[in-house]
Structures are given as structure tokens and as C-alpha cells.
Ligand binder design. Structure first.
Ligand SMILES: C[S@@+](CC[C@H](N)C(=O)[O-])C[C@H]1O[C@@H](n2cnc3c(N)ncnc32)[C@H](O)[C@@H]1O
Length: 271
């Protein structure tokens, strides 16, 4: 089996059980100006009529895009279970939702004015192939806009959780497959992948998104990380206990815990 097959089998199996996990955590996330990371992407492609969402999951971003009206929307995802949720959204009744790989897009050349992707591109193997496919299906001048995973905001609950998770990882040999291509984690790598297939005007910005809430809500969000999938129930229960103890000093008088997660908001235009 190739690395990509192993990665994609893992992702399919994970999302079969948690088909909307990202939207549940980031749908209520807010950046410094009050917009969610989905809304940041929606606004990046304002005015573009034909839009494709790569790794669209349960269709939250597509639904936001549909609200503008007059758009032709499409989504591709590996997970049939996530797409089943997307298909239930009335706003997406006319969208083309396809179960499949971003590396093999079932669309003709120049089919889209923009391509968006929320927390998905950095998980994809064969990333050069994905970039070539996006370049192929965009019209000249078309835009790729994506939100990529970053890191934790210092001193908040996500950073604490990552520290506890690392320690939990030291107590077990169970591991998930390495996902995606490391180059998607920084601007230089992003450009290195996109420029050879004709993208230019690269923009790259770091935006902190607060996915904070009550300790329970924050646990629900952070425990949706892929890394917990191979952990035994006992180990997850211990991590949960440790997490609640560790964030107790962060709880505000309103009962909320700040949980900052930095995303990269990146875009490029095809020449
Ligand atoms: C972290 S989830 C994000 C889902 C959605 N974009 C959101 O933010 O709510 C990543 C999604 O990318 C999809 N995905 C990962 N690799 C893919 C690939 N090569 N082709 C298509 N979809 C892929 C997964 O199945 C999963 O639904």
C-alpha cells in the first residue's frame, strides 16, 4: 500500500465515525474580527460564482457560500458519511457533491472561478497532484483560498492539551499515519508546491481562531483530533481528567476557557 492509501484509509475510517468533527469545533470558532475561519474563506472568494470546496466535509463552508445566491457549487471529499451530511443541507440541493480524491477531480478544465479548502489541504498526500488538478479545473485568473492548520496560541487550552497529548503519546506505541505533506505548513513550502503548476500572487497570513467555550465544549473540540483515534478508552479517560485539571486556572468568571488555535489563511491565483 502507498503512503497515500494508508493515510486516506485512516481518514475515511475516522470520518465514518466523526463525519462533522471539524465543523463542530471550528463552526463556533472566532477570529479577532468576530468571523469564523469558514467565514474568512467565504469572504476571500466573494464575487466568484463557480466554487469548488476540496475536502468539503459536512458542507458547512459550501452552505455559507450558497447564501450569496446564484452560485454553482461543488464539493469533493473522501468520506461518504461526511458528504451524506452535506447532502442533507437544503441549501446544497443543487450542489455537485462527489465522493472521491482531490488528486483525481471529476471536473472538466476551467470549470471553476475559485477553489476553497478548510483544514483539509494539509492532510492530503500526493500534494503536487492535488495542486495540478486545482490548476486544471480553475479558469485563468481563478483563485485558490484555503485555511491550513497551524499551532496553538501560547498559554491557552489548546497548548495545554497538546502538551498532555504528547505525554500520553509517550505512554503508548499506538500511532496514526503521518498525514499530508509537511510543506503545506509554511509559506515557502506552499509556494514551492503551487508555483510550478502556474499559481502566483501568493498571500499567507496567520490568524488566531478562538474555539474556546465551557471546559466540556473545549474538551469535545480538542478530543476530536485524529491523534486520539488509536488511544485506548482508559488512556482517553486519563487525558480527559488531566485536561480538566490542567485548564482549571484558565476558567473565566463566566465559566469559559480560552482555546486559541492559529490557522494559516493562504491564497494564490492561477496565471
Ligand atoms: C479536518 S476535515 C475538514 C472538513 C471540512 N473542510 C471542514 O473544515 O469542516 C478534512 C477533510 O478532508 C477530507 N480529505 C482529506 N484528504 C482528502 C483527499 N485526498 N481528497 C478528498 N478529501 C480529502 C477528509 O475526508 C475530511 O473530510
Amino acid at each position: 500500500m502507498t503512503d497515500s492509501t494508508v493515510q486516506e484509509d485512516f481518514l475515511r475510517a475516522f470520518h465514518a465515525v466523526r463525519p462533522a468533527v471539524t465543523a463542530e469545533a471550528f463552526g463556533r470558532g472566532r477570529g479577532p474580527d468576530g468571523r469564523s475561519s469558514y467565514e474568512l474563506l467565504r469572504d476571500r472568494v466573494a464575487g466568484h460564482r463557480r466554487v469548488l470546496d476540496l475536502g468539503c466535509g459536512d458542507g458547512l463552508l459550501l452552505e455559507l457560500l450558497a447564501r450569496d445566491g446564484g452560485r454553482q457549487l461543488a464539493g469533493v471529499d473522501l468520506s461518504p458519511q461526511s458528504l451524506a451530511l452535506a447532502r442533507r443541507r437544503p441549501a446544497l440541493s443543487a450542489a455537485r457533491l462527489h465522493t472521491g480524491r482531490a488528486q483525481e477531480l471529476p471536473f472538466a478544465e476551467g470549470s471553476f472561478d475559485a477553489c476553497v479548502s478548510h483544514l483539509a489541504l494539509m492532510l492530503m498526500g500526493d500534494i503536487e497532484q492535488v495542486a495540478a488538478e486545482v490548476a486544471r479545473v480553475l479558469v485563468p485568473g481563478g483563485v485558490l483560498a484555503c485555511v491550513l492548520g497551524g499551532g496553538a496560541v501560547g498559554g491557552e487550552a489548546y497548548e495545554r492539551f497538546v502538551g498532555l497529548l504528547r505525554r500520553a503519546g509517550e505512554r503508548t506505541t499506538a500511532r496514526i499515519p503521518a498525514l499530508g505533506d509537511r510543506r503545506m505548513r509554511d509559506r515557502e513550502g506552499f509556494e514551492e508546491i503551487l508555483r510550478p503548476v502556474g499559481f502566483e500572487d501568493v498571500e499567507w497570513e496567520t490568524v488566531p481562531i478562538d474555539i474556546g467555550g465551557t471546559p466540556e465544549q473545549v474538551w469535545d473540540s480538542v478530543s476530536g483530533l485524529y491523534d486520539l483515534a488509536p488511544m485506548e478508552e482508559r488512556a482517553v479517560a486519563r487525558l480527559r481528567r488531566d485536561f480538566f485539571a490542567d485548564v482549571a486556572d484558565l476558567v473565566t468568571p463566566e465559566g469559559l476557557v480560552p482555546c486559541g488555535f492559529e490557522v494559516r489563511l493562504a491564497s494564490a491565483r492561477i496565471a
